[in-house]
Design a protein around this ligand. Structure first.
Ligand code: NA7
Length: 444
């Protein structure tokens, strides 16, 4: 079959095999299609491979269950139901307040509390919108050059250089504005200095205690086991308030893990919670999970799974040695999930498009990172990660949520603006660190 432009929606790619002799990728789909392509660009998503823990008895549950990452398009009506929500990450934090409005009762099964911060979603008034629109170009440019893909005012100062009163007022101002400002716009050393971080962690805990009426529940919801922002802080809209409702109960499963899913509900700590529905807000096999679910084979038939058995190895998080012409949008070891994703995605899209244009203009059709360049990038990404507090916390950022997954910081924490400059320099130097060859297309 020749090149096709009309692969269907809902088609899953099952395999991608590099044909070395022809410098072609053979892509197979689950409905039996086969496509041949010179370039194979993966845009499979950092958070698209759902993680449904291997709970005993799940197949016997007589109610209905959903994973938040595979939500039915037609929606789910929980009116009058008893609902279990397993997990307290960013997704559960969105689910709980909404389901609580419909359900008879919601049981929230929490293993690890998070530092949830105000999302600040709200209808925007006309004046504010006009202001944003007028400055749109500058705002976007600022986001592109920033560390996290967000147009924040970052001040270079340590939390320890301010008095407690000054710190409080800085944190309050950022909290009132909402979003990630509390972590990114207040002090520049929160992610690298534990003592500084302690001040932000305590500030968020105090906010939780202010909102949640029952002191026992407030203490369970207030994290003490990891520093603020070393796990992705969920953005909340009414999550903590939901625990003041009579129909929401927090179940701590840290000490007593979920034993099993029974036909009628969830069993933990010697008790069975009978429910009609279960929502698994249990996250994703992030960054590498979606790629791992495709049988990708590069030079010599070697699989990506084998190549990355001890963790992903990439050059710039865009390509990997042994897999010529295979690109990754927001791949591991690129800024990706530590940024405002659209900004990172756009940067990769532009870089890859420029690269393909360069190859065509120069009569080339093959590009692959050199082993040395890849090793240099992995070492650099590791060194930058180790300088922060992030690797010490169990989170999906380090693969700790998936049993057996190699532990390392999967995204690159060196900052998007600096990373963009590095990628541009590589391109400007004729794709330094890559082997560029061709044109074998003409020989076929
Ligand atoms: P997350 O943030 O990975 O959250 C998953 C939650 O599920 C988290 O609270 C986990 O607890 C919990 N979990 C996972 N497995 C279990 C088991 N076996 N028992 C109890 N609890 C469990 O996923 P989300 O979908 O909420 O968010 C993903 C990202 O999407 C988010 O960070 C944003 O970037 C957008 P744990 O913390 O591991 O103890």
């Amino acid at each position: 079959m020749g090149l096709r432009r009309d692969i269907q929606c809902n088609t899953r790619i099952t395999a991608a095999v590099y044909d070395e002799a022809r410098n072609r990728w053979e892509i197979s789909t689950d409905d039996g299609d086969q496509v041949t392509a010179t370039y194979f660009i993966n845009a499979v998503g950092c958070l698209s491979a759902a993680n449904i823990p291997d709970f005993t008895g799940i197949e016997n549950f007589q109610g209905t269950w959903h994973h938040t990452g595979q939500w039915p398009h037609e929606g789910v009506d929980f009116t009058g139901q008893r609902v279990a929500v397993v997990g307290t990450g960013a997704t559960a934090v969105q689910v709980v307040p909404e389901v609580a409005k419909q359900a008879a009762h919601v049981y929230v099964f929490q293993r690890t509390p998070n530092y949830d911060i105000p999302g600040g979603n709200r209808p925007l008034d006309q004046g504010y919108l006009s202001e944003i629109k007028a400055g749109y170009k500058d705002i976007w440019q600022k986001a592109r050059e920033s560390g996290f893909g967000l147009p924040y005012e970052v001040t270079e100062r340590s939390a320890l250089d301010s008095t407690p009163e000054e710190r409080q007022s800085i944190y309050e101002a950022a909290w009132a504005k909402g979003g990630f400002r509390i972590g990114l716009e207040t002090f520049s050393d929160l992610l690298v200095n534990k003592e500084s971080n302690d001040t932000a962690s305590e500030f968020v805990r105090s906010k939780i205690r202010e909102v949640v009426h029952d002191p026992r529940v407030a203490e369970l919801l207030a994290p003490t086991d990891h520093p603020f922002f070393t796990k992705r802080p969920p953005l909340e809209h009414g999550y903590y308030e939901a625990f003041n409702r009579d129909n929401v109960t927090l179940i701590d499963v840290r000490g007593a893990p979920i034993d099993e899913i029974t036909p009628r509900g969830v069993r933990t700590g010697g008790a069975e919670y009978e429910v009609d529905s279960i929502v698994f807000a249990t996250g994703f096999d992030a960054m590498t999970g979606a790629l791992a679910r495709i049988d990708i084979r590069g030079r010599g038939g070697v699989t990506l799974a084998e190549t990355w058995a001890e963790g992903p190895r990439t050059y710039l998080g865009i390509m990997t040695h042994g897999f010529p012409n295979m690109f990754m949008i927001t791949g591991p070891q690129s800024p990706s999930v530590l940024t405002n994703m659209p900004v990172a995605i756009e940067q990769h899209g532009e870089w890859i498009a420029d690269c393909l244009t360069y190859l065509r203009a120069n009569g080339k059709d093959e590009i692959e990172p050199l082993k040395d360049a890849e090793e240099g990038w992995v070492a650099h990404a590791t060194e930058v990660a180790e300088a922060t507090l992030l690797p010490r916390t169990n989170s999906w950022w380090v693969g700790a949520n998936i049993p057996g997954k190699p532990r390392l910081l999967y995204p690159y924490v060196g900052g998007l603006g600096a990373y963009r400059t590095m990628c541009d320099e590589v391109a400007a130097k004729g794709y330094e660190g890559f082997a560029v060859a061709g044109q074998r297309v003409a020989a076929r």
